[in-house]
Design a protein around this ligand. Structure first.
Ligand SMILES: [Zn+2]
Length: 387
């Protein structure tokens, strides 16, 4: 069955903290220490933890979270993400998408991994983590820990991909192509950057400048005519139009400046993110399931598991009796199902639910684990004889 990315907008109940001592920062650190260092209860696992991360881990990088602590879209109340079928079917919807993406791109490329991502790198270096599955499309995980495996469940913004031939193109270079095709927009963007409207991380200040930033890093400018925006075709399909299933060669037509024309039947470029209503590629789905199956426990960081694709991975872990940990500021979809049978004696070994801000908490966790491993290390008694 194909797995689709679908948004979930129902309100989420506040969390029940597990164990109760994890309601303080030090209590949560102690609980997660026990969680990560516990002897595996899941006999077939690799002894390590698989991490599942969401927008909450990127908030400190200046990127908007989809949800506030009460699980509703917060930053931009009128925001509605584009659906895959709209993008594929509608030239006007694509103009609007690429115009907003064009304006938001500079802001996104200025954002960097934050201490939480580097703490994940630290956990990997210490041997606690076997892989990271992320719902984020900002590429911060692979930037912060290139040697610890990252599976990007919902794709990534760093590339554009052709809907016809699946060739990927560097998004930064694509930005230059968009600027050339849209000089008035490029001038407007330069003006916005000059005014500081796009560089401030304060949403209220942005609002005063007439901008709204959305969770995928794009920008809304009220009153702007998106219909004037132009975007280029896939260069490969333009040079050599593909042949359709009916054996007929497709058409890729452009205007005098090289912008894609709606008389074309191929060569549309899309961001390499999995849009809402789009299926997650089979290979990604399988790799994520394998990452769950090979691990001994799962720790969710900064995700409300609002998208089914992420929620079902935790459910899969639950079905094979893996210990589950969740660190997320707000409520999590269906979390009572994950923690239904936790014994009162649990100190964190079998389950943890805490609600901490990750950019301080995760580096703290790395520190606690480092201290713990130093404390456990005793030099052999004979070592002193040779000093
Ligand atoms: Zn193509």
């Amino acid at each position: 069955m194909p797995l689709m990315r679908i948004p979930y907008t129902a309100p989420l109940p506040p969390p029940t903290i597990i164990p109760a001592s994890a309601s303080t920062s030090s209590g949560a650190l102690a609980a997660l220490h026990d969680f990560l260092t516990a002897r595996p209860t899941h006999t077939s696992g690799n002894g390590k933890t698989v991490l599942l991360t969401g927008a909450g881990i990127s908030v400190a990088s200046g990127l908007a979270d989809y949800r506030g602590t009460r699980g509703t879209y917060t930053l931009n109340k009128t925001y509605r993400p584009i659906y895959f079928h709209e993008f594929c079917a509608n030239h006007e919807a694509r103009k609007r998408y690429w115009a907003r993406s064009f304006l938001g791109w500079t802001n996104l490329t200025r954002a960097r991994p934050n201490p939480a991502h580097y703490a994940v790198a630290g956990l990997g270096d210490m041997g606690y983590v076997s892989s990271v599955i992320t719902q984020n499309v900002d590429s911060f995980h692979p930037m912060a820990h290139p040697s610890l495996r990252t599976l990007e469940l919902h794709g990534y913004l760093r590339s554009a991909v052709c809907l016809s031939c699946r060739t990927e193109y560097n998004r930064a270079e694509f930005q230059n192509d968009l600027a050339k095709l849209n000089p008035a927009w490029a001038a407007f963007l330069a003006e916005m950057l000059e005014s500081g409207a796009l560089t401030t991380e304060n949403p209220e200040e942005r609002h005063r400048c007439g901008l709204k930033t959305n969770p995928d890093g794009d920008v809304d400018v009220p009153g702007v005519e998106y219909g004037t925006f132009r975007y280029p075709p896939c260069p490969k399909c333009h040079a050599d139009p593909p042949v359709g299933a009916d054996g007929e060669r497709k058409r890729v037509e452009v205007d005098s400046d090289g912008a894609w024309l709606p008389s074309s039947t191929a060569g549309v470029l899309k961001p390499a993110v999995i849009m809402f209503g789009e299926s997650i590629p089979g290979a990604v789905k399988t790799a994520a399931e394998q990452a769950i199956d090979e691990a001994s426990r799962i720790l969710v960081l900064g995700s409300s598991l609002a998208t089914y694709s992420a929620w079902r991975l935790v459910k899969r872990a639950k079905e094979s009796n893996m210990p589950i940990g969740i660190a997320n500021l707000g409520g999590v979809r269906g979390e009572d199902q994950f923690f239904g049978n936790v014994a009162p004696s649990n100190t964190g070994k079998f389950a943890v639910r805490c609600a901490q801000s990750l950019e301080k908490f995760l580096p703290g966790l790395v520190g606690v684990l480092q201290e713990g491993s130093r404390g456990a290390f005793q030099p052999a008694p004979w070592a002193t004889l040779f000093r």
